[in-house]
Write a protein that binds this ligand. Structure first.
Ligand SMILES: Nc1ncnc2c1ncn2[C@@H]1O[C@H](COP(=O)(O)OP(=O)(O)O)[C@@H](O)[C@H]1O
Ligand SMILES: O=P(O)(O)OC[C@H](O)CO
Length: 498
């Protein structure tokens, strides 16, 4: 009798595995951080072996710790950090280089050239994306152009490209596939036709032989090799982590939105079964689709590159807190930021600014400024970036949001969540299960194998933990946002090459 779904949540800073029961509650969880590699300013890499080993280790650990074996698991669902780009040898399985992480800015120049050549509008129409170093396409081009011998090997059909989902599925069962949600983050995928786009492949000089087959987000794609868990388990759900979190938050209806506060902050709003173009610098992206059901469901997305990672910087870069949780107490020790505004543009700015050359900035420092003010300004910056995105999203969707569902590590911070509700003027609602990314992957897999029968059943499992009501006067929120935007202006175009 199958008792569980095993969800693998491969995030930017850690790999997690979670066993979910039929009631959508966490039965067992294991997590491992793995090294971040910063070879040069603006570059971020992961060792593909670290990704796989940490993910496998935590998956084996949850089975061991819970006393479950493969026969107890109905299916595996995978959610992954998106856009991070891997290229490996099909016969040896060896990566040709470290994975280039989504935060990596090394391809900003390639993006400038694409914009100057007039490709922006066509790329936006086909892929729903703005031209930015964030997405996989230019990262893949960089690997092909810069790692010696790699282009020739790719032309001979010897290499496989994939985002992290593809890498994990390849390691688990030997198939070379990616799901539609991950494909929609490559800048090589036509989100309307749901197919790789020849013209874009030519434009970036990508040989089609490297591409994975595109599969539904919910549907069996293979079975794990028995060597990993003692017997094979169907792999039946795959989605980019932000799309998975949207599914896990039961945002199944047009107009529903969630915001995840992890390394970055990602707000996604369901917009129905047709792609909705943004006129306010957001992305249009595929949410998910299901095997046997034509088409897909679409989202508007605002991607903020630096959120919880700015808190990590307070911990590791400045050393003013010992753990991320401590930021709440430090920030609460002062009544306000004392005029300090921090713009955490460490990896440029994403939505709605899209400035690869913006850099982190702290303004308004005086002799009275303390680490507590900087901590408070860091939390405020997370909330302001979200406010910028929500404003754009409400304009695009032409609706006012009635509530924002939240999740992710930094959503545990009550001070931040209250301030978020205050500056948005919209209630912020945190569910009981905050592991919504893994939960979404579990739901996608569980629906495919009949572990859950319908979305209605899933949506009924969603429960509120805490609701934060806006308590700040609208005029004050507006004034604070205006100050924030002045600080953003100071951070922009800082690292433009000389
Ligand atoms: N109490 C907290 N307050 C603010 N930030 C926090 C808190 N707890 C964790 N974080 C931040 O949340 C992030 C971890 O969240 P998580 O959802 O695991 O991220 P990811 O999936 O991107 O690795 C880290 O960047 C950490 O600094
Ligand atoms: O690792 P996370 O959870 O911060 O998510 C990263 C995003 O998928 C990047 O687009």
């Amino acid at each position: 009798m199958n008792k569980y779904i095993l969800a693998l949540d491969q995030g930017t800073t850690s790999s997690r595995a979670i066993l979910f029961g039929h009631d959508g509650r966490v039965r067992a969880i294991a997590q491992q951080e793995f090294p971040q590699i910063f070879p040069q300013p603006g570059w971020v890499e992961h060792d593909a072996g670290d990704i796989w080993r940490s993910q496998l280790a935590v998956a084996q650990e949850v089975l061991r710790e819970s006393g479950a074996d493969a026969a107890d698991i109905a299916a595996i669902g995978i959610a992954n950090q998106r856009e991070t780009t891997l290229l490996w040898d099909r016969s040896t399985g060896k990566p040709v280089a470290n994975a280039i992480v989504w935060q990596d800015r090394r391809t900003a120049g390639i993006c400038d050239a694409l914009r100057e050549a007039g490709h922006a509008e066509r790329i936006r129409q086909k892929t729903g994306l703005v031209i930015d170093a964030y997405f996989s396409g230019t990262k893949l081009k960089w690997l092909l152009d810069n790692v010696p011998g790699v282009r020739a090997r790719a032309e001979r059909g010897e290499l496989a490209f994939g985002t992290v989902d593809a890498w994990l599925v390849w390691k688990l069962c030997g198939r070379h596939v990616t799901d539609v949600s991950n494909a929609s983050r490559t800048m090589l995928f036509d989100i309307h036709a749901l197919a790789w786009d020849e013209e874009l492949l030519q434009c970036l000089d990508i040989p089609p032989s490297v591409l994975p087959a595109v599969v539904p987000s919910s549907g069996e794609v293979g079975r794990s090799d028995p060597q990993w868990f003692g017997a094979s388990i169907p792999i039946a759900g795959i989605a980019g982590d932000q799309q998975a979190a949207t599914f896990g938050q039961a945002c199944h209806q047009p107009g529903m939105a969630k915001n995840t506060y992890g390394t970055g902050c990602f707000m996604l709003m369901h917009t129905g079964d047709r792609a909705k173009a943004s006129h306010n610098n957001l992305l249009t992206t595929v949410g998910w689709n299901r095997s046997g059901v034509p088409g897909a469901e679409y989202m508007l997305e605002g991607s903020v590159f630096m959120a919880g990672a700015a808190v990590q910087w307070l911990r590791d870069g400045l050393g003013i807190i010992r753990s991320a949780e401590e930021v709440e107490e430090l920030a609460a020790s002062v009544p306000d930021t004392g005029g300090v505004v921090m713009v955490p543009a460490f990896a440029g700015l994403g939505a709605p600014y899209w400035d690869a050359y913006a850099r982190g900035t702290i303004v308004g420092l005086t002799r009275g400024s303390t680490k507590a003010h900087i901590a408070r300004a860091t939390l405020a910056a997370i909330a302001y970036q979200t406010a910028d995105v929500l404003e754009a999203m409400q304009k695009d969707a032409e609706i006012g949001l009635t509530e924002l569902r939240v999740d992710g590590g930094a959503a545990r911070n009550n001070l931040l969540m209250q301030f978020q509700a205050d500056v948005l003027g919209v209630p912020v609602v945190r569910p009981k299960v905050t592991e919504t990314t893994a939960l979404g992957a579990a739901y996608l897999a569980g629906l495919a194998v009949g572990f859950w029968s319908s979305r209605e059943e899933i949506a009924a499992q969603w429960q509120v933990d805490r609701r934060f009501e806006p308590a700040m006067a609208a005029a004050e929120a507006r004034q604070r946002l205006a100050t924030w935007r002045r600080a953003v202006d100071r951070s922009r175009e800082w690292a433009v090459p000389e």
